[in-house]
Design a protein around this ligand. Structure first.
Ligand SMILES: CC(C)(COP(=O)(O)OP(=O)(O)OC[C@H]1O[C@@H](n2cnc3c(N)ncnc32)[C@H](O)[C@@H]1OP(=O)(O)O)[C@@H](O)C(=O)NCCC(=O)NCCS
Length: 186
């Protein structure tokens, strides 16, 4: 198993992991799975500003994690939203935590200070993963989406990375995306 920077050509493998969460259940609030071309564009877009990592085993994508923008207004520019999806064949093997750990290190080095994650409820696996990695619950948006036949609540979690946010003057904004550089065997 290795963790490496994603590339747009990873779209089919990532989609195989992601699409079931669109087609069934409420983990993703998308209603129709994106096509391969659209997913490749998403990877390329994320790589331009943040980081996108995949875990690969025997040439197949076992999971992926990425960071993306939170909101557009400039005061939010030190905050990034993160997400992670692991193929059920590889659940509970520490892969989500490893991918997230590598992703957070890249985002911290780039200059992000706050990570945010939205978790559609119920999702104890995701809540536990985020708690275990130091996230605290910021609050719950109630009935904020309709998916899979019902209104869904979304818990928002947050975690600080990098230097503690104690400055009295604005720090440098995040710089160019930081890459893993080469595959890391885990
Ligand atoms: C959530 C998810 C990414 C976890 O990935 P994973 O590789 O199985 O997680 P890890 O093996 O790294 O587990 C790390 C910790 O997460 C928690 N966790 C993971 N799966 C869990 C489960 N099924 N039930 C309860 N806690 C769970 C545990 O605290 C675990 O630590 P432990 O194994 O020492 O107890 C995975 O279940 C998944 O892809 N789910 C579907 C997509 C999803 O919900 N993504 C998150 C979107 S917000």
């Amino acid at each position: 198993m290795q963790i490496r920077d994603a590339e747009p050509a990873d779209a089919p493998g990532c989609l195989a992991v992601y699409a079931p969460h669109v087609s069934a259940g409420a983990t993703s609030f998308e209603e129709t799975p994106p096509g391969v071309d659209e997913f490749a564009l998403r990877i390329a877009r994320i790589l331009r500003t943040h980081a996108f990592l995949v875990a690969e085993a025997d040439g197949a994508i076992a999971g992926f994690a990425y960071g993306g923008p939170h909101r557009e207004r400039p005061a939010y520019r030190w905050s990034a939203e993160v997400s992670v999806y692991i193929d059920p064949l590889h659940h509970r093997q520490g892969l989500g935590a490893r991918l997230y750990g590598s992703l957070f290190a890249l985002l911290a080095e780039q200059g992000y200070r706050t990570l945010l994650a939205g978790v559609a409820l119920p999702n104890p696996a995701s809540l536990n993963l985020h708690h275990r990695l130091g996230f605290i619950e910021a609050g719950v948006f109630r009935n904020v989406g309709w998916k899979a036949g019902g209104w869904r609540d979304v818990a928002w979690l947050q975690r600080s990375i990098g230097a503690p946010p104690s400055e009295t003057a604005a720090p440098h904004p995040p710089g160019a995306p930081v890459r893993l550089g080469g595959p890391v065997v885990i």
